[in-house]
Design a protein around this ligand. Structure first.
Ligand SMILES: [Zn+2]
Length: 414
């Protein structure tokens, strides 16, 4: 597939102007909030006006914009009926509401990230909260991304640390993808997995420079985040970028929304959750084939009714949709379960090789801390009890086979 143009430069404005001229895009809507207008929007609007581009700013109200119905309507009212492509000047939320509004009105959008905080810039889905429920709505990828390095380096440090956490998550995401390919089903794309690993490792090597918001470090960070989005686009699924660590994070996020609590940055949660999943990989990596065999011999297929009860306990009003999502793991027969157990035993050396690719919890904690983040849930305002629930029940969020599903078969997870 042809990949969208991505420019990362200390000053991305000249490249943006050149792109607009080459595409003959001379009239645009520009979405921002007060913070991102100050950080980048005003300079872009001024530069584009000087280059003969007609820019209509749409400033979203409030200090913290929520990706909900109210914001979307506000944006559409600001845009009016005139058809214009959009420039999204902001981080995750502004990008997502602009992605959605531009898609619904049949316009393209161009992405100008203001913080290296998430890997969703190059995604096709808009992460929105509709009727209080967090969901990803299919919309469209941007026509191009222009990352202004000077702006990204000046982003709030917690947003930078969160972006790094979302790259740390690629350790367990890629490992889970390989595990599922070995033990459950495909599809898998080795070239895409490799691309993700290369960008991740380049960013990890810059952990200290990311923590100090040095251009070199921030460049490797935004590059890895954009690459993650492109890998998802190329593969056609989130497998390269988000697996069991993301499900733990999603579980917590839904709980926070439900309880009307202050949100925690996506990447701060996924980075912290990566350390949790790494503990399971560590146990799997240290387990002999004989021990795995003993544990598999004792493993009993989870009872469907009991499983649904567990889901009800953890997910409440969302039970029906979670049960539907989990169908492959609720409907399996004794024979299916035995086949899985046999496959785990037959492929134990390969399983251990995958586990060995995940750094130790201590090493991951060190990486997060060097980049200014944390592996401590309490530091993110999350309690022990809800963390235990997320660890045990997070895997029900999606129907993928992951380290957490394997850990249940092996009796490592309740
Ligand atoms: Zn993520």
């Amino acid at each position: 597939m042809s990949e969208l143009p991505v420019v990362i430069a200390p000053d991305a404005l000249p490249a943006l102007i050149e792109f607009l001229h080459s595409q003959q895009l001379m009239a645009l809507n520009l979405t921002a909030d007060a913070n991102t207008w100050r950080a980048l929007g005003a300079r872009v609007a001024q530069g584009l006006a000087a280059a003969g581009v007609d820019v209509k700013p749409i400033l979203l109200a409030g200090d913290e914009v929520t990706p909900d119905e109210q914001t979307i309507v506000e944006l559409l009212l600001g845009a009016g009926r005139e058809q214009r492509p959009y420039l999204a000047v902001g981080s995750g939320v502004i990008t997502d509401v602009t992605r959605f509004a531009s898609y619904c009105t049949g316009n393209a959008f161009i992405c100008l990230p203001t913080a290296p905080s998430v890997d969703a810039y190059t995604s096709t889905g808009s992460s929105l909260i509709l009727r209080g429920l967090k969901q990803s709505i299919y919309s469209q990828a941007p026509a191009a991304v222009f990352a202004d390095l000077d702006t990204l380096c000046a982003a709030p440090r917690p947003m930078i640390a969160a972006g790094f956490g979302d790259v740390v998550a690629k350790y367990t995401a890629v490992a889970d993808w390989k595990l599922a390919t070995l033990l459950w089903d495909g599809p898998y794309d080795a070239a895409v997995a490799r691309r993700m690993e290369v960008a991740r490792d380049r960013c990890m090597a810059q952990a200290d420079q990311v923590g100090a918001a040095q251009p070199e470090g921030i460049h490797s960070l935004i590059d890895a985040l954009i690459e993650a989005g492109l890998c998802m686009l190329a593969f056609g699924g989130s497998q390269p970028a988000g697996q069991s660590e993301h499900y733990i994070s999603h579980y917590l996020e839904m709980k926070l929304v439900r309880e009307g609590r202050k949100p925690v940055l996506h990447g701060a949660k996924t980075g912290m959750a990566t350390v949790i999943v790494a503990r399971y990989y560590q146990q799997i990596g240290a387990m002999s084939r004989a021990e795995a065999g003993r544990r598999l011999a004792e493993a009993r297929r989870p009872d469907r009714a009991q499983e649904i009860e567990r889901i009800r306990l953890a997910y409440g009003s969302l039970t029906d949709s979670v049960v539907a999502e989990q169908a492959p793991f609720l409907d399996w027969s004794e024979a299916d379960y035995d086949r899985l157990k046999q496959r785990i035993l037959d492929r134990w050396p390969e399983v251990q090789a995958v586990a060995a690719e995940v750094p130790s919890p201590a090493a991951l904690t060190d990486l997060l801390q060097r980049a200014g983040g944390t592996a401590d849930p309490a530091a993110l305002g999350l309690g022990d009890e809800e963390m235990a629930l997320a660890e045990v029940y997070g895997h029900y969020v999606r129907n993928r086979f992951t380290a957490m599903k394997l850990s249940r078969v092996l009796g490592l997870l309740a």
